[in-house]
Unconditional design. Structure first.
Length: 353
């Protein structure tokens, strides 16, 4: 995809999107509602025409081709099954339209049903299936075609949390077995981190960052990615470095940065910056000199871990702690930070390696 843009009238939806999905890769497009994710899939599928730019599939340009000639399979958010057809008929419908013989349809449908554990459901109608089974049928309808690329538009969003979790694992296993090329859209960061080999973060029609789940999480390109990826989100503190680049000040309190941190940030001395730190990269200071001190405002006890919300001079910080660390509301908590895991942003963009 090269410099792809889409506008509806005077409203831009996508702006100069360029990326490549290697063959056999599971690529996830992650972003909030309204950022242009579904429009991107529809452009690849041929359901929308780009305003500018080019789309290639296996080296051939396809943006001028009608949908049926693009050899792509689209799995929609709604299952889009034919209610009057059995599971077998739903799975084989596209093959019948393409002129496959009965034996070929039987073979391909049987194999897809085996992969998706639908062998016992082939004679049922969609209304007789659970949500997870209907989603498997929608997935199987795409698999039987053996397309060049699969397009998934938030296919698990209609499922309950437990079923979503199990379906993620099924999708990951299916990709491991078949190695299809997948372009998968979601607003769920957990889904993106679990499934994606590459994640592309989209916001307001612009590509914010593309990379591995680890790179997206540990080296966010800007404050949007830092906020959007991670739960709880990264702590972001607005402030300024002193003239030597060693002391970060914000809303009446000061943070002394270790030499390992400030040595590379001297060029930003005296400038307004945003300092970022993940909740799990903060820990109780114990007998050490604290990096930051705050009053416990709220504790979220999740059983296996807890999120502790602190306030200090108008700044609010969240720290992730193990449940064996006892804290109470109103308590003063002293924290240290891992200096190698601090993040620095200037005008919203990352400036440290």
């Amino acid at each position: 995809m090269r410099e792809l843009s889409k506008a509806f009238g005077a409203t831009p939806i996508l702006r100069d999107i360029s990326f490549e999905v290697p063959e056999g890769e599971f690529c996830v497009v992650l972003g909030p509602s309204g950022c242009g994710k579904t429009t991107l899939l529809r452009l690849v599928a041929g359901l929308e025409a780009p305003s500018t730019g080019e789309i290639f599939l296996e080296g051939s340009r396809i943006d001028a081709l009608p949908p049926r000639e693009r050899d792509v399979a689209f799995v929609f958010q709604s299952y889009a099954l034919y209610p009057h057809m059995t599971v077998f008929e739903n799975l084989g419908f596209s093959l019948r339209l393409r002129g496959f013989s009965k034996n070929e349809i039987q073979s391909k449908v049987t194999e897809a049903a085996r992969l998706l554990e639908l062998e016992g459901q082939l004679q049922r109608k969609p209304h007789e299936l659970s949500g997870g089974q209907r989603q498997r049928v929608a997935l199987g309808r795409a698999i039987v075609r053996q397309p060049k690329i699969f397009l998934f538009d938030e296919p698990l969003s209609n499922l309950d949390p437990a079923l979503r979790a199990s379906m993620r694992i099924e999708l990951a296993r299916l990709h491991e077995r078949l190695k299809p090329t997948i372009l998968y859209v979601t607003h769920d960061q957990a889904e993106a981190m679990i499934l994606g080999e590459t994640i592309m973060v989209l916001n307001e029609g612009e590509l914010q960052q593309s990379g591995s789940p680890s790179a997206i999480y540990h080296q966010p390109a800007n404050t949007f990615v830092a906020r959007f990826v991670g739960h709880p989100q990264m702590n972001l503190i607005e402030g300024k470095l002193d003239d030597k680049g060693r002391l970060f000040t914000s809303n009446g309190f000061e943070l002394e940065l270790s030499g390992a941190v400030w040595k590379g940030w001297g060029t930003f001395a005296g400038k307004s910056l945003t300092l970022g730190i993940r909740p799990e990269d903060l820990y109780p200071a114990g007998a050490e000199e604290p990096w930051i001190r705050g009053e416990v405002e709220m504790v979220e006890d999740l059983g296996s871990e807890q999120f502790v919300h602190l306030k200090r001079e108008g700044v609010r910080i969240v720290v992730r702690l193990p449940v064996n660390v006892r804290v109470r509301r109103g308590e003063i908590l002293d924290l240290k930070a891992d200096p190698d895991r601090l993040h620095l942003f200037h005008h919203g963009n990352r400036v440290n390696p």
